[in-house]
Design a protein around this ligand. Structure first.
Ligand SMILES: *Cc1c(COP(=O)(O)O)cnc(C)c1O
Length: 368
């Protein structure tokens, strides 16, 4: 059964193989007589699911031994509070604001810490990224926060800043919700990374936190126990009941990721190649077209989220209706930006982007 191509920004499309595997396992996981949803999180069946998920993720993202992997809940937005509760010690925190998500982060942090604006791209309407050399980093900052891929505005850091080289000893915190596992990560530049699973890892309900060991154990006294990274880590992400089914689905996605290859490459490196090919195809077509427009500076364009506009906005409804009829779903842009947005996460095959470009071409021709 051919399914339509789904360009949702999140919760987003998942690999069909993963959904099929979950369907096959639904009533009886591996002869246990139970659905994964019905298992004790402390039983041996779920224990193997959890261990495999952790080991596969560590391998896929090449996470060093001195980083702890935490499976939490509350999504990226809860982490906007949980990170300052754990890392700020109530002091100054530097924020680079590059779009809606980092804007939300700095606002929430003000409840627990003293956020300072180190840099912003507001003057370009969030279509560029401020050069790291120009950031105002304070010596006393407890950490520096960036959103490494702005899902709504479609700007992405293609290289993480090297804070040490910029004269700062503060750990870098990245919100990588919408591009985790789409590319390799240089962990030597990162103190903590967090992200909701529902863009690139699995269903909603699971929040991933990868945190360097020395950053554990500094939570403010008001930090809820279930959100204290040290407590979560010490209990193997089972201080409270973890989102077991979402962890299982993410685990199936990790196994799917490990099976992916492009030439000599496999896993995340293969995905990165494929994601570059997908994004280039779409951006090159948009740039060559007389009807469509992407406003983001070329070297800051996200490989995952491609916002674009029809130069004649009166055609928006016809475009969306035609796309839906052609089996291309959820292309409407975020309400704060308008226009269209194609989210082309790992689960979107190259064929999906080819089908989108073909549709855009045909639509442009009929309107010429
Ligand atoms: C989707 C998203 C979030 C919000 O995640 P929730 O799970 O809704 O809290 C935060 N940051 C980024 C970059 C996102 O893309």
């Amino acid at each position: 059964m051919a399914r339509p191509f789904n360009f949702s920004a999140g919760p987003a499309a998942m690999p069909a193989e993963v959904l099929q595997q979950a369907a096959d396992d639904m009533l009886d996981w591996h002869g246990s007589g139970m659905s994964v949803m019905e298992m004790s999180h402390r039983g041996k069946e779920f224990g193997t699911i959890m261990e495999s998920a952790l080991a596969d993720l560590r391998e896929l993202l090449a996470i060093p031994e001195n980083f702890h992997i935490l499976f939490m809940q509350g999504g990226g937005l809860a982490e906007n509070a949980i990170v300052p509760l754990n890392l700020s010690r109530g002091g100054q925190v530097d924020f680079v604001v590059t779009g809606s998500w980092s804007q939300k982060s700095i606002k929430e942090a003000a409840r627990y810490a003293q956020p300072a604006l180190a840099a912003s791209n507001a003057d370009s309407n969030h279509t560029t990224l401020p050069e790291p050399g120009s950031w105002k980093l304070a010596a006393q900052a407890q950490y520096v926060h960036i959103c490494s891929n702005e899902t709504i505005h479609g700007v992405e850091f293609h290289e993480l800043p090297d804070l040490k080289a910029l004269g700062s000893d503060a750990p870098l915190v990245i919100d990588f919700s919408s591009h985790v596992a789409s590319r390799t990560i240089d962990w030597s530049r990162v103190g903590l990374a967090f992200g909701g699973a529902q863009k690139n890892l699995g269903p909603a309900g699971l929040t991933l936190v990868v945190v360097r060991e020395d950053l554990l154990g500094h939570a403010l006294p008001i930090c809820p126990s279930a959100f204290d990274y040290k407590t979560v880590s010490a209990n193997g992400s089972m201080y409270n009941t973890p989102p077991t089914y979402s962890i299982y689905m993410a685990g199936l996605t990790f196994q799917w990721l490990k099976r992916q290859t492009e030439g000599e490459l496999s896993g995340v490196a293969a995905m990165e190649q494929r994601n570059i090919a997908k994004a280039s195809l779409l951006y090159d077509y948009i740039d060559s077209s007389a009807l469509y427009l992407n406003k983001v500076a070329r070297d800051c364009r996200s490989r995952m989220n491609v916002p674009f506009f029809l130069r004649d906005e009166a055609l928006n409804d016809a475009f969306l209706a035609g796309a839906k009829a052609a089996g291309l779903l959820q292309l409407k842009g975020h309400k704060s930006v308008g226009g269209m947005r194609a989210s082309i996460y790992n689960a979107m095959p190259l064929e999906g982007v080819q089908a989108l470009v073909q549709f855009m071409r045909d639509f442009e021709k009929t309107r010429a």
